[in-house]
Design a protein around this ligand. Structure first.
Ligand code: 13P
Ligand code: SF4
Length: 306
């Protein structure tokens, strides 16, 4: 057994001793995804975090994801191997800024993307993810909605609903900065390829995609597709499972710039240390947690489209 296999085995033993489930987002480093009990998108992992019977949740992802697990599972210990793994999109709006937006649009419910802090979720009526955003907005009776914080996801939703949408002007730097020229070249060089893009990309990128999907949406689309070649416009961590699950298909990343530094912080050594020390534990103040939980649970009650 080599050193890496030994480390993985140690982590698995520690996880069993701690009654821990290891969840990893689809953008995590390959070896972390390989080790995880479950990988998924933000929606799938929040459902898993809410339903697991294990005492400990080790969240391999970024801060807001572990916070969501802590909001939904207050009696479990939620560990985030790298507490410095943040999300610039989640950091682009404060609860105060969202409160002022609500004052500017009285009566419009706030639909907040899960890529947001617990304090911002607490100011929201309902959450959404990239997998359920349009369904969540259409489930609301009001004619006007506030969509925060991602302007690209917001525009995408606005193009698919009859509601009047008021958008917060935030974005994910990784998806927003995908160069259009590189994307066009990839498409021109592979005219037979199916083009998949994440809704955090700019509208001009989405306009060239055949399908606009969350990360897990991409995984299930590719599995079922008769296509043999795919251009992928999202963070490149997704390539690990795309390639593992579809060895007969070819995947071309839309640009080598599609790397989220925060998602790439977690190492196997971090995972071992966090299970050994049972830290760092992510908690949310109870007053914020209860209000944020309402917004997340309201989202989870919206019927799934798959
Ligand atoms: P998904 O919900 O599609 O997994 O995306 C999360 C994310 O951070 C996208 O940048
Ligand atoms: Fe945040 Fe973008 Fe990284 Fe997703 S890819 S975690 S939205 S910075």
């Amino acid at each position: 057994m080599n050193q890496r296999q030994q480390l993985m085995q140690e982590i698995r033993c520690l996880a069993a001793e701690r009654d821990a489930v290891i969840l990893a987002h689809n953008y995590q480093p390959d070896d972390v995804q390989e080790l995880a009990d479950l990988t998924g998108d933000s929606l799938g992992l929040s459902i898993e975090a809410a339903q697991t019977h294990r005492k400990t949740i080790v969240f391999c992802g970024v801060y807001f994801m572990a916070e969501s697990a802590a909001i939904l599972s207050p009696h479990k210990t939620v560990l985030l191997p790298r507490p410095d793994a943040g999300c610039p999109l989640a950091d682009c709006i404060t609860p105060e800024e969202l409160r002022s937006m609500k004052i500017r649009h009285p009566g419009a419910p706030v639909v907040t993307y899960v890529n947001s802090s617990a304090a911002v979720k607490a100011e929201s009526d309902i959450c959404c993810t990239s997998a359920n955003a349009v369904r969540v907005v259409d489930s609301l009776p009001e004619k006007e909605v506030i969509l925060a914080p991602d302007r690209n996801l917001g525009r995408y939703i606005a193009s698919r609903t009859d509601k009047v949408c008021h958008l917060w002007e935030g974005c994910c730097p990784v998806h927003d900065q995908l160069p259009l020229a590189a994307f066009r070249t990839a498409i021109e060089n592979h005219p037979d390829a199916v083009v998949l893009a994440h809704p955090e990309c700019r509208p001009e990128i989405l306009a060239l995609a055949h399908h606009i999907l969350s990360t897990s949406g991409m995984l299930s689309h590719v599995r079922q597709s008769a296509g043999k070649r795919f251009i992928i416009a999202t963070e490149m961590g997704i390539l690990y499972r795309l390639r593992r699950d579809n060895p007969d298909k070819e995947f071309i990343i839309a640009s080598p710039s599609l790397i989220c530094r925060d998602m790439k912080l977690t190492t196997l050594e971090d995972l071992r240390r966090c299970l050994e020390t049972m830290s760092p534990v992510i908690t949310v103040p109870e007053e914020i947690r209860l209000r944020a939980r309402r917004a997340l649970e309201r989202m989870l009650a919206v019927p799934r489209g798959d």
